[in-house]
Each structure stands twice: as structure tokens, then as C-alpha cells.
Ligand binder design. Structure first.
Ligand code: ADP
Ligand code: MG
Ligand code: ZN
Length: 622
């Protein structure tokens, strides 16, 4: 969703490509010209010159019509060394020089040959056009100024985090499981020998999976910070806009540079933008550029073997389901770390981190703020603190007050609601009963595994809340009774809504879909219907093993059989529905109690949950 792909017309691409090539050529020429025509001075790009002026490293400048010659201060270079650069028409230059206390003078125009005159008139505008086109083609200059300078040299855009901006695990709150996993990666980076000595293979790729703003980028930087290694970063969405062939060579350059600086981290943000499944491209041909880039990435990851330099690739995505399976194979991104939205106590911890940056009033209660912000991700909380500080300043307060936070929450929520991520109180209540419904029915029926966690924190992209069941053992076969139990559990959410609110919401559509699919498979693939007998009504032998879709085309059947299938499926689902309703009706008090508690804590898990669910009484028929 965050990834925009703006298709550019091919003609535009060609024009932009040519201009890029031309401007690159001229830029190169430009760099060499001073060296060619005025033997002696070292040619440098104009931007470097300006940078050196700004840093106060330049001592004397001589400004000519088509060449600037200058010397650095003694402490920055050999005193005798002279540099030359080609001026870009720049009215601000004298002002800047004066500001920085640089000694400068104009040199008399040299005897011009027709060639240099031509160049001095033609090159600067061309460079400008070239650079401008380059940025246009990349979609509005998101690349920053580094991009333009590196045209002639390496094509990889690489950021190496400076020591000053060092981020550690202390800057990341809440995502404890993810941190635990990543601590191991830090160890690998710090002391690779310890692991390679005993023949252990150091993981190459770790995929951080989670919704936007939960701190994936932050975590990756923290790993680099903790290990004290360089951090190379590149974003998948940048590749989509690139000219054909550039993406893969960027990947190659990136890894080349990374290997030179190993041990280090390569971070690929928005991996899904390049790593989309090749088969899901829709039509033949798809996006060639992306495919080449993806292939190059796979090649690079396979390329550095054990014993090689330690380069660990971290990648982030919020859409793991679209990734090409080839990326997830062993030796590539075989480790996946979930970075999920924070729960109540996590949110308080995150608020604490960000609140350190502002002056807090005495009345501020971070816990209360955390309670009021379910569904907020780390980035939303950081934003919230900043909004509150802005409001405080606007209200001419010296410190941020609780009142400012209250107002800021409203603002941020309004923004988030547009993205439909935050639930209002009524919705939250419905979701709580719904999830407890799943959990209670699941506790009584077999075949689902044990209910380990219920949560009303919105997770991932779709679910509002969720009930997590973990199998207690590996299961390969399920009997009819267990499948019926599974269907009842799926319907438990909707049944709870019916029992408590006497109404139904749209929230259960996915549950119903899955329940119906399962029932249909019982009838058409597993031969569990007495009416229809042990016949397979789905096509293809895969039908029986498909744990997910269930939407296999039916074998050609008579209208009668088709009707019979429908009615059998309906019977199974309705029986399960009745069963779920009955369980919840007979345990109504417990349903209330658990839901109330869930609304308070947002998550119930482990022992606490087990002991609550052990109180669910089996249905008695009077
Ligand atoms: P993602 O990469 O998952 O989209 P980012 O890492 O870019 O999210 O997070 C954006 C910002 O939000 C961070 O720079 C940080 O200020 C804040 N943030 C997000 N998650 C956390 C967290 N768990 N703890 C502290 N700050 C966080
Ligand atoms: Mg990010
Ligand atoms: Zn549900």
C-alpha cells in the first residue's frame, strides 16, 4: 500500500536515458577539462568545492570565467596543491566566499580558443538539464543530492551511518521477541569466528515482517549500532523506477562495497517492491527490470559463502505474502522476525523513549496515554509526542501537558482512522467478545490445538483482533469430529456477537469463508458426507491436501449432486454454528468476564488464559 508504482511511458524513459547519458558524459568531461587545459591543478567537481568552502577548508580562490582555481588551508592539504573546478553560474558564490573569509580574486580571461568558449557556454546548461531530467525520471527527486553526483561513478546509492547517529536497542521499545532474535545477529557480526570455528553457518538474511511504522528500519539500524558495523541501506521501491539494467548493477555494486567493508549490514527496505512473486506478475513479461534486480539479489546472496566476509542482509516488508518463494529459501531470508504493533505496556515504553525528547509537565501520565492509543504503531506514538509538543508550544506553555496529549491523540486518530487502523470504543468491544467467542469454543472442541493468545490489538493488514491457537503436536490426519470442531471455533466469533449484541457485524466474513471452505472440503474431498458417499467431487489430486484455498473446480456433477453438496455443506456449517451458540449461551458469565478483562489488558495469553479457559463448561442437554 505504501508502494507506489508510477508507470512511465517508454518514450519518456528513452529520452530521459539519453539525457542522462549525455549529462553523465559532460560531467565526466567537465571533471577532466581542468586537467587537460591547465596542466597542474587537480580537477574536482564544483559541488566538492562548495562543500569545502562551507566547511571552511579553502584558503584562496581565483575565479576565472571558465575555471576556478583554489588552494586549501595548510592543515587540510599540501600547501602547494592547487585544485581546479569548472564554475556553474552561481551568483551566491562571492557572498559565500566572503562569509567564510576566503581570499578571492578574479583572474583575467584567458586567451580563449573556440573550443573552450563553446564548452563554457554549452556545458553548464546541459549539466543542469541532465540533472533535472535525472531527478524527474526518478519521480520527483526523492533520491537526494547524492544521486546526481554518483552518476559518473558507482551507481549504488549507499548510506553509511555515521557514528554520531548511532542507534542502539535502547532506542527501540516493545518489540522484545524481535530484539531477542536480533541480539544473535549482533553476536554473529561481532565475533563471527566463534561461530564459524565450530562449523556453524552464519545466517545470511533476516526478514523483518510487520506493519508500517513498527520500527523495522529502526531495528535494522540498531543491529548495526550495537555491533558497531557499517550500515548500507537501499529501498526496494527505488528500483521500480529505474532504467533497465541499472537495478541489477546497483545491487551488484551495493554488495561489492559491502563486502569491502565487512562485517557490515545491508538493509533492503520494502523488499516486496523487488521481491514480488514472479508468477504473480499477471501477464507475460511482467516487470523485466524488477525481475533482473531480484535475480541479481538472489545471485549475490548465494554468492558469499561461509568463511567469506560477514555481510548480513536485513530486509523489511509489510507484505510477506507477495514475496517470491525463492527469497525465503534456506541460505537467503530463511529467518523471519515478526515486528508487530505494540500492546499496552509496549506503547508505554515507546512513549517513554520519545517523551525524553520533549519537556514534560508534572501531570503527564504516559500509562493513561498508552491506554488510549490501541492500534498505534511506534511511528504513530513518536508522531503523537511531537504533535503534543507542537500544541503545547502553540498554547504558549513551557512544558507539554496531559491536555496537549489528549488533543494530539484526537488529531492523530483522525489521521489514522482515514487509513482505518484504529477502532472506536464500540468496535473494540465487539472485537473483544468476538475473539473470546473463538477462544471459548476452541477450548471445548478438539482438533484446533490449544488457544494460546487472544488479542484485540489490530494486527497485520486485515484482522481487527485475533485468537492464536497452537497445535500441541504435529498433526497429519484429522477426523470428522475434529473438523467439525474447527468449523465451530471459526464460527465462535460471530456466535459471540449474536449472543451478546444480538446483531451481526461484517467482521466475521473471513471466518465464514474459511468455515464454509472447510465444510465443502469435508463433503467434496474427504468423503465425510453420508449422503454423498466417499466420492471426490473436486478436481485434481491436490484437492485433498490443500489446507488453504479449497476453491478447486468441481468435477462435472449433475445438478442434483450439486444441490446435495450445497445442502450438506450448509448442514455441517449450521450444526457447528448451533454448537458454538450453545457453548457460549451456557457459559455466558464467563464470556462476560473474559471479555471485560480483555478490554482492559488487550492481550491475554499463556497460563492466565489457560486457567480462564479451563473454566468453560461442556454443553449439557437438558
Ligand atoms: P518501519 O520501518 O517499521 O516502517 P520505522 O523504523 O521507520 O518503521 O519507524 C519510524 C519511527 O517511529 C522510528 O524512527 C521511531 O522514531 C519510531 N518508532 C517506531 N517503532 C518504534 C519502537 N518500537 N520504539 C521506539 N520508536 C519507534
Ligand atoms: Mg521503514
Ligand atoms: Zn473471527
Amino acid at each position: 500500500m505504501a508502494i507506489k508504482e508510477q508507470p512511465k511511458s517508454p518514450r519518456f524513459r528513452i529520452v530521459a536515458n539519453i539525457l542522462l547519458a549525455v549529462s553523465g558524459l559532460f560531467l565526466l568531461l567537465n571533471l577532466f577539462l581542468p586537467g587537460l587545459f591547465a596542466s597542474g591543478p587537480t580537477g574536482v567537481p564544483y559541488s566538492l568545492f562548495i562543500h569545502q568552502v562551507q566547511e571552511g577548508e579553502v584558503s584562496r580562490v581565483s575565479v576565472g570565467q571558465n575555471q576556478i582555481i583554489y588552494q586549501l588551508k595548510a592543515e587540510n592539504a599540501e600547501p602547494a596543491q592547487v585544485f581546479a573546478t569548472t564554475p556553474i553560474f552561481d551568483l551566491e558564490l562571492p557572498k559565500l566566499l566572503e562569509e567564510k573569509g576566503v581570499e578571492f580574486a578574479a583572474t583575467p580571461p584567458p586567451k580563449n580558443t573556440w573550443f573552450t568558449t563553446l564548452l563554457s557556454w554549452v556545458i553548464p546548461p546541459l549539466i543542469f538539464i541532465g540533472i533535472w531530467q535525472f531527478f524527474l525520471a526518478r519521480g520527483g527527486g526523492g533520491g537526494g543530492p547524492q544521486g546526481a553526483l554518483s552518476i559518473g561513478k558507482s551507481k549504488a546509492k549507499v548510506y553509511v551511518e555515521g557514528e554520531s547517529a548511532k542507534i542502539t536497542f535502547a532506542d527501540v521499545a516493545g518489540v522484545e521477541e524481535a530484539k531477542t532474535e536480533l541480539v544473535e545477529i549482533v553476536d554473529f557480526l561481532k565475533t563471527p569466528a566463534r561461530f564459524t570455528q565450530i562449523g556453524a553457518r552464519i545466517p545470511k538474511g533476516v526478514l523483518l515482517v510487520g506493519p508500517p511504522g513498527t520500527g523495522k528500519t529502526l531495528l535494522a539500524k540498531a543491529v548495526a549500532g550495537e555491533a558497531g558495523v557499517p550500515f548500507f541501506s537501499i529501498s526496494g521501491s527505488e528500483f521500480v523506477e529505474l532504467f533497465v539494467g541499472v537495478g541489477s548493477s546497483r545491487v551488484r555494486d551495493l554488495f561489492e562495497q559491502a563486502k569491502k567493508q565487512a562485517p557490515c549490514i545491508v538493509f533492503i527496505d520494502e523488499l516486496d517492491a523487488i521481491g514480488k512473486s514472479r508468477s504473480s506478475n499477471g501477464f507475460y513479461g511482467g516487470n523485466d527490470e524488477r525481475e533482473q534486480t531480484l535475480n541479481q539479489l538472489l545471485t549475490e546472496m548465494d554468492g558469499f559463502a561461509a568463511g567469506d566476509a560477514t555481510v548480513i542482509v536485513l530486509a523489511a516488508t509489510n507484505r510477506p505474502e507477495v514475496l517470491d518463494p525463492a527469497l525465503l529459501r534456506p541460505g537467503r531470508f530463511d529467518r523471519q522476525v515478526l515486528v508487530d504493533r505494540p500492546d499496552l505496556s509496549d506503547r508505554e515504553a515507546i512513549l517513554k523513549i520519545h517523551a525524553q525528547k520533549v519537556k514534560l509537565g508534572d501531570d503527564v501520565n504516559l500509562k493513561a496515554i498508552a491506554t488510549r492509543t490501541p492500534g498505534f504503531a511506534g511511528a504513530d506514538l513518536a508522531n503523537l509526542v511531537n504533535e503534543a509538543a507542537l500544541l503545547a508550544a502553540r498554547n504558549l506553555r513551557e512544558k507539554v501537558a496531559q491536555e496537549d496529549f489528549a488533543e494530539a491523540i484526537e488529531r492523530v486518530v483522525a489521521g489514522l482512522e482515514k487509513k482505518s487502523r484504529v477502532m472506536n470504543e464500540t468496535e473494540k468491544k465487539i472485537v473483544a467478545y468476538h475473539e473470546v467467542g473463538h477462544a471459548m469454543v476452541g477450548a471445548l472442541t478438539t482438533g484446533n490445538g490449544r488457544v494460546e493468545k487472544i488479542s484485540i490489538i489490530p494486527r497485520g493488514m486485515a484482522a481487527l483482533g485475533y485468537t492464536l491457537q497452537l497445535p500441541t503436536e504435529d498433526r497429519f490426519l484429522m477426523n470428522e469430529h475434529e473438523l467439525r470442531g474447527q468449523i465451530a471455533t471459526l464460527l465462535g466469533g460471530r456466535s459471540a456477537e449474536e449472543v451478546v449484541f444480538n446483531s451481526i457485524t461484517t467482521g466475521a466474513s473471513n471466518d465464514l469463508q474459511r468455515a464454509t471452505d472447510l465444510a465443502e472440503r469435508m463433503v467434496t474431498a474427504y468423503g465425510m458426507s453420508k449422503v454423498l458417499g466417499p466420492l471426490a467431487y473436486q478436481q485434481g489430486q491436490q484437492a485433498a491436501f490443500l489446507g488453504n484455498g479449497g476453491a478447486n473446480p468441481r468435477r462435472a456433477v449433475s445438478e442434483e449432486t450439486s444441490k446435495a453438496i450445497d445442502s450438506e455443506v450448509k448442514e455441517i456449517v449450521e450444526t457447528a454454528h448451533e454448537q458454538a451458540l450453545e457453548i457460549l449461551r451456557q457459559n455466558r458469565d464467563l464470556l462476560e468476564a473474559i471479555a471485560t478483562q480483555l478490554l482492559e489488558t488487550e492481550v491475554i495469553e499463556g497460563e492466565k488464559l489457560h486457567s480462564l479457559l479451563s473454566q468453560v463448561k461442556p454443553v449439557t442437554h437438558s
